[in-house]
Write a protein that binds this ligand. Sequence first.
Ligand SMILES: NC(=O)c1ccc[n+]([C@@H]2O[C@H](COP(=O)([O-])OP(=O)(O)OC[C@H]3O[C@@H](n4cnc5c(N)ncnc54)[C@H](OP(=O)(O)O)[C@@H]3O)[C@@H](O)[C@H]2O)c1
Length: 340
Amino acid sequence: MGEMQQIVLTQYCVGEPKPSDFKLETLPLPEPKDGQFRVRHVWCSVDPGTRSRLSGGDSYAAALPLGKPIDGFSVGVIDASNNPDWPAGTKVFCAGGWKTHSLQSGKGFIGKVMDVPGVPLSAWIGVLGVPGLTAWFGTKDVARFKAGDAVLVTSAAGPVGATAGQLAKAWGASTLVGIAGSDAKCDWLVNEAGFDFAINYKTTPDLDAAIAAYFPKGVDVLFDNVGNAMVNRVLPMMALNGRICISGQVADYNLTPEQTPGIVNTKPFITHRVNMQGLVVFDFARGFPEALGTMAKMIAGGQLKTQEERFDGIAAMPEAFCGLFRGENSGRRVVRVGAE
Ligand SMILES: NC(=O)c1ccc[n+]([C@@H]2O[C@H](COP(=O)([O-])OP(=O)(O)OC[C@H]3O[C@@H](n4cnc5c(N)ncnc54)[C@H](OP(=O)(O)O)[C@@H]3O)[C@@H](O)[C@H]2O)c1
């Protein structure tokens, strides 16, 4: 009988997550029952939103209990099957968790990888996974983007932000500005990803003035990945009928409710009829195939630029995850947990 490995939570995270909050476990390889199949993972992702479930309290998804494997996204190959719709050898992406193998039944977040020349397997948990889908539906359905909008994206060099910005540009944004935490990230946004301007929020002395200078008529769409302080900052700069998509709150995930900044600049909701809405990407599941097919073609055709940072071995997952909260990643972090 074979073995598998997984990463479990050993203690609830307090503040910034640390690798010692996690532990690697080895256990017997599970066999699929009737209707089930087993996926041998090749790549697993680390996602900042996972942090919101590691403090012991519920967020938009239930808290992860101690001793349980960490939820996450995986792409790999079915290596044993008792389900005729999902035969062995099929390449799939799924919510497989921080594990080398997972049992699946074909329900929930799972799909067959489309073979698109020029698109690597790992992309199916990157821009062709939850980050790209969040960008697509956040921009199109939540921010209700329309051609001519002036768009501001925060954490813009991450996989969600970079994709949201590039989609907005492809769909006709008049101005596209990204905010990111290093000059290298800002250079990539402007020189590779086609953003009109990028602002390094860590070194710009007057961030309000720097943002406002690029939006003389106001911000039509704020696609926010960062959290309350950023929303509060941009609210007074919103244009009439401006829309804010609350995609994520990476600056707030490590804070307790008492430490989380409030949003007090609420007047523009009335004066400028600003609309602010959050999303859970899985609410848009029916549209996933169309969005994925279009973005896969855009990546293959070079119209959608992606950045990927690869780590080797499942033991590297905690460190890859913790680095997200120190701004170490440029683009999607994926970890190779098995041979391709
Ligand atoms: N709503 C949904 O259904 C959904 C689904 C998926 C993801 N999301 C959310 O989308 C957001 C972006 O996800 P992603 O995968 O693309 O990750 P990401 O943007 O790459 O997140 C990591 C980056 O966040 C920035 N960051 C970290 N701590 C920060 C802080 N204190 N203040 C400001 N920026 C900070 C850093 O970039 P800098 O160097 O620029 O600071 C870091 O590199 C996340 O908030 C995630 O939870 C939402």
